[in-house]
Design a protein. Sequence first.
Length: 119
Amino acid sequence: MIYMSAEDAALLIAAMLHRSGKTRARISDQTLKVISKRKRLKTAFRTEVVEWAEEFGVVMYPLDRGGYGLLSASSLEGATPLRSGQYIASELRDFRRNGAIDRDAIYAELGFEAEEDED
């Protein structure tokens, strides 16, 4: 069986997103298998596809439930710039004073569980 290269798979994914006329979409693992003519998706192949997709202007983000979110990089050209002084000034000030930030507070704010220190 002839397998499609990661570059070709990423190029086809970029074409799909472009032809859809959308700036964001998602694909399932099954769709990636169909595109690449593979029965199993190995980690190295997935990584290569994601890297090649960036070359073609598509950001591929692995989703928790499987598959990938796709985002056209060009859609970010007009995005609102974030300024550190506007959103994280107090954390930067704390870091200058104490040499650390309050990770637990930020984890909680973002809805993540605080990481436990390994002994």
